[in-house]
Design a protein around this ligand. Structure first.
Ligand SMILES: C[S@@+](CC[C@H](N)C(=O)[O-])C[C@H]1O[C@@H](n2cnc3c(N)ncnc32)[C@H](O)[C@@H]1O
Length: 250
């Protein structure tokens, strides 16, 4: 069984490469994680990508996403348990398909950046119950979209950039990071750094969608505006996805 993991960008059907479209067109059956309520717009974005780029009526199987422990004692173990549960759910569906089926996963943004699909499919392969092989097609990540929308270069000349999560941000700052991309930060952890006069922010939400929102400037001055815009998007759509660059002010 061949599995294509295809990066499809962050929400806009134009933000997908020709290589990705060719992979999508070679797929017999798409598997999508069904995350339940509150992500209707995201499911619609996926449907629109298929409608625009895959002729006919592609077969899509929604696989109920296993519940995840959101307040675990040990974060790493909880994530691995969740990957395992997801892999078992996919394995069950894959076992019901013909062995020569080509299966596709639409992966948000780029599969190599804060996404579990590669690891989960590796697990399915390692269970040994299926003869599976997979390939990965890169996609435009939210980080690239953020930089393009703000018209910035991510690194400073010759300098490094740390890509991290809201959960790890304060530790990374304590370790000396001063030019940072932050993802997966539903709590806006950057609030903890406001008031110091030290940081600039380039924030973007729902990038690539009709409702894309951008705020940039000194963190101290932008924080209230970011919280307001974020709450507005969440109220309008039931979800919001945001990413930001934090860097020390010159
Ligand atoms: C599970 S990660 C997936 C990242 C994805 N693989 C990528 O390459 O962008 C989800 C996080 O990506 C960021 N993200 C994804 N899509 C986004 C978008 N359209 N606008 C802003 N941030 C986005 C947010 O930080 C969100 O919490």
């Amino acid at each position: 069984m061949r599995i294509h993991l295809v990066g499809v960008g962050g929400g806009h059907p134009d933000q997908i490469t020709i290589q990705a479209v060719e992979k999508l067109r070679a797929v017999d059956v798409f598997l999508v994680a069904d995350k339940g309520d509150g992500v209707g717009d995201l499911a619609q974005a996926r449907e629109e990508i298929l409608r625009r780029h895959v002729p006919g009526d592609p077969t899509v199987i929604a696989v109920p996403d296993p519940a995840r422990d959101r307040a675990p004692k040990d974060y790493g173990t909880a994530v691995l348990d969740w990957h395992d549960a997801r892999a078992r759910a996919y394995e069950k569906v894959l076992l019901s398909l013909e062995p020569d089926t080509t299966v596709g996963f639409l992966v948000w943004g780029d599969p190599a950046l804060y996404d579990s699909t590669i690891r989960v499919v590796e697990r399915v392969r390692d269970f040994g119950t299926l003869d599976v092989d997979f390939d990965v097609t890169p996609g435009i990540s939210s980080v690239s979209m953020l930089a393009a929308s703000h018209r910035i270069v991510l690194n400073r000349i010759g300098g490094p950039i740390v890509i991290t999560t809201g959960r790890a941000l304060l530790d990374d700052v304590a370790a000396g990071a001063d030019n940072i991309v932050v993802m997966l930060d539903g709590n806006l952890t950057c609030r903890e750094l406001a008031g110091t006069g030290s940081w600039s922010i380039y924030w973007g939400a729902n990038l690539g969608t009709a409702d894309e929102q951008l705020v940039s400037g000194p963190l101290d001055e932008c924080m209230d505006e970011i919280e307001r815009v974020r709450a507005q998007l969440k109220a309008a759509h039931g979800w919001v996805m945001d990413t930001y660059v934090l860097r020390t002010r010159a």
